[in-house]
Design a protein around this ligand. Structure first.
Ligand SMILES: C[S@@+](CC[C@H](N)C(=O)[O-])C[C@H]1O[C@@H](n2cnc3c(N)ncnc32)[C@H](O)[C@@H]1O
Length: 232
């Protein structure tokens, strides 16, 4: 992708999340029928955090993954980075124990090998360079630490496909219009999900970025995937 196209994509992504920041959590709950919390919980289980662990959540948004991490493990230190300040401000109202940082997922402002686990939720679909984003996550996690990624996946080719497409293409944008006043942001979610990489393809990119023992688990009729890998 050319640099100007990449800059344009990043700028549009930031603008879009800024516009829905106040309603992001509500919409997430509505469009996932309240299941989003359980997937974040699974992300934290996969991160295998020990006492006093340091966790970094990249593209943290309102900090949902870190809030789950802090709920499940009280003695950890949680860091969240995102390039949309408004998303973090929306989350900040509800959580005082997270260290927030406004930065780009493609250039993490941390030294090598400092975190016990690095997580992300619905970030990878939005970045201009997936491999680089994972390479940065691998760089900042300690050897033996886990990188865990929660992401949407294209609908499966089975009898459920028409129903999933109806949900993606019609119901989600209409809910976005009614509850966030922004149909386009939720149309973007549908379009990028439908055309995004399969878990198998993402696993290969994670392997190329330097991870081993990569595995994934699917949820919600295979439209949600949690992938994880270990830094050797
Ligand atoms: C769909 S939201 C996910 C929020 C949260 N992780 C969750 O689980 O609900 C995606 C977030 O990634 C952020 N993001 C996208 N590209 C980014 C980048 N290159 N660097 C930092 N943040 C980015 C957006 O600003 C947005 O807050």
């Amino acid at each position: 992708m050319k640099d100007s196209v990449k800059d344009n994509k990043s700028g549009n992504v930031r603008k879009m999340f800024k516009s829905i920041s106040g309603r992001y959590d509500l919409l997430n709950t509505l469009i996932t029928f309240g299941r989003d919390k359980s997937w974040r919980k699974y992300v934290i289980q996969e991160a295998s955090l020990k006492q006093n662990a340091l966790i970094l959540d990249v593209g943290t948004g309102t900090g949902g993954i870190l809030q789950e991490a802090l709920f499940l493990n009280r003695n950890i230190k949680a860091f969240g980075i995102d390039f949309t300040l408004e998303m973090m401000l929306a989350g900040k109202e509800g959580e005082g124990r997270i260290s927030w940082c406004c930065a780009d997922a493609l250039n993490l402002p941390f030294p090598d090998a400092v975190f016990d686990a690095v997580t992300s939720g619905y970030l990878i679909r939005n970045v201009t360079d997936i491999r680089r984003s994972f390479t940065e996550q691998v760089r900042t996690v300690k050897p033996g630490g886990r990188v865990v990624c929660l992401e949407t996946s294209p609908p499966p080719s089975n009898f459920l496909r028409p129903f999933i497409l109806l949900h993606l293409k019609l119901i989600i944008p209409v809910l976005g219009l009614i509850f966030a006043g922004n149909k386009n942001a939720y149309r973007y979610l549908s379009e990028t999900t439908e055309t995004f990489k399969t878990p198998e393809e993402l696993s290969l990119i994670m392997r190329d970025a330097g991870l081993k023992d990569i595995k994934f688990k699917r949820f919600m009729f295979e439209t949600i995937t949690v992938l994880s890998g270990v830094r050797p």
